[in-house]
Design a protein around this ligand. Sequence first.
Ligand code: ZN
Length: 426
Amino acid sequence: MPDDSTATAPAASEAASDAAGTVLERADALAAHSEEPGRLTRRFATPALARAGDLVLGWMRDAGMTAGRDAIGNVAGRWAPPGLPAGAPTLLLGSHLDTVRDAGRYDGALGVLVALAVVEGVRRRSGGPPFAIEVLGFADEEGVRYGTAYLGSSVVAGTFDRSALDRRDADGIAMADAIAASGGDQAAFDAARRDPADLLGYVEVHIEQGPVLEAEDLPVGVVTGIAGQTRCEVVFAGVAGHAGTVPMALRRDALAGAAEWIGAVEARGRAVDGLVATVGEATVAPGASNVIPGRVALSLDVRHLDDAVREAAVAELRARAEEIVAARGLGAAFTEVQATPAVACSPGLTRALEAAVDDTGVRVARLPSGAGHDAAVMARICDVAMLFVRCAGGVSHNPAEAVAAADVAVAIDVVRRLVDTLARAR
Ligand SMILES: [Zn+2]
């Protein structure tokens, strides 16, 4: 991003600016570890992920942390101030180290590297906090290899679904075999679960993956929660026919009905604050320029922070589809494929994060996350809070993903201040 001298973001501390430079260099170093030449792809339990994890483990040890991998291959580093009493709690910071195919270098990695920078800053000062800090780099959040997201955090949270171990990747390799081959141990998953009683909370820094912070001219924003999501498959059935010989009044055009409904989906999304509704896939059959469409299959993706709002929107769109097909003499099949409830960030920890943002002189913006994150899983065992960092153009899951060093410096400052606030509160 061009650096705008009129920007509202104040300068971060000099220490944080130096640390941000290191974070960006490390993100470049991690991006060199890929399964594919010329582009960044780092899936679960692959040698590329292992090499990236080794780099992070090295940086952790250099920072005076006790570091290693857990049973599913999550990278974890622990730092405790000298003299910390036994039984003191632990603050977890982190994000994920796996990527999508042809990924950017900041989705996930940024949160791990900012967490590391926070520890490097805190340990240099005398009088550490009355708690330990652990940095986690989860082994799978994106779910690219096995179609099941959050494998890493689900082991830490004790919510891992063992039936997933039988799933096979595109090469036919079972997840259980991939875990064993990468040095993991599925028999030790239960022991890797963290005890909620030991945890102060989990704080995740992540690129926004959307354009809101850029539009607001803000370096960071506080996440209110992770939106719930419903995915549906909707089929409109009509009658295929000759585009030249069937008069308009006698047609049953599946695509014309589907198009009317897509307009209703967009209108519903626009009408409700915070609601997003998307038709992202459309398959038209037979699919020829001179044939009236006989069948259209659509996807529907609806998200909102309030589950009742999302469910009401899905119900209304289903009713609307039925009205449209009735009026046009078509048939419709509406199938709910998946529904995931929303996860609210924890009020207390989020208020502390907001105060830390305010302390750095940045206006506090609150925004929901439309994308899923490890924090949604970690919320099962501890308080969670999330900080978004502005990303250029809101672009992610794309090699063009970019963040500004100045924004990363603000994020480091904010989380260091949060650690101080939590220390004073104990
Ligand atoms: Zn991510």
